[in-house]
Design a protein around this ligand. Structure first.
Ligand code: SF4
Length: 218
């Protein structure tokens, strides 16, 4: 896809989504990191429904350690994989408290060395909290960027490398949220709402679907 076309796609998306930002609710960098760990394979909505109560009493690693794994599970039991997430959150809180003075490290390798924090979570954190232009790739970003034809990739890590190399600097900071929100509300997994899509004209999925129809009707 040409630079010009990529520029156009992000221009159009940012016109439609004027305030691209996370839908996770949080109080500070620590509670954001906890929310992102909880959001793996879960919806932001389900995470927010649990953290609304949790973050009333927990805002720092030492408070989480004091709460303990068993009580934490009670707050997050409606979120998928809550057992392993609770364990990771307690362990990462211990590391933050003992090794980092209760603060979140900004270095990518230090972030990904924390329990439950992989490439995606670390990139989301750097993008949202540190304003570093990272294009974290979740299921929406992976699907949408491949459907539109921005990339042709097989896995999220490859997709992130590619997207960060082709998206113009101007859109790098907002690209993650623009693609997520477009995927969540328009380019849905099962039934993309192509008729309502603002980048319809530029989408390669649409062209390939039309090609398939043309071939099958011949
Ligand atoms: S035209 Fe359809 S497949 Fe392409 S980005 Fe829009 S919703 Fe997704």
């Amino acid at each position: 896809m040409t630079k010009n076309k990529i520029e156009k796609i992000f221009k159009i998306l940012s016109k439609q989504i004027s305030n691209p930002k996370t839908e996770l609710t949080y109080k500070n960098p620590y509670t954001f990191l906890v929310s992102v760990v909880l959001s793996a394979q879960a919806t932001d909505k389900s995470v927010n429904a649990s953290t609304v109560k949790l973050f009333k009493i927990i805002k720092r690693p030492e408070e989480m350690i004091k709460l303990g794994e068993t009580k934490l599970k009670k707050y997050i039991k409606t979120i998928g994989l809550y057992n392993s997430k609770a364990k990771n959150i307690i362990n990462l809180s211990k590391i933050l408290f003992e090794k980092h003075n209760g603060k979140i490290p900004s270095d990518f390798n230090l972030l990904t060395s924390l329990p439950g924090v992989g490439n995606k979570t670390a990139s989301v954190y750097q993008n949202e909290i540190l304003n570093i232009p990272r294009v974290a790739v979740d299921t929406h970003v992976f699907r949408v960027s491949n459907r539109i034809g921005l990339v042709k990739t097989k896995n999220p890590d490859e997709t992130q490398i590619k997207l960060e190399s082709i998206i113009p600097k101007k859109w790098l900071k907002s690209a993650h949220h623009l693609l997520i929100l477009h995927g969540r509300y328009t380019c849905k997994s099962q039934k993309p709402l192509c008729g309502d899509c603002v980048v319809y004209k530029h989408c390669s999925y649409i062209k390939s679907e039309q090609n398939k129809k043309n071939i099958s009707s011949q």
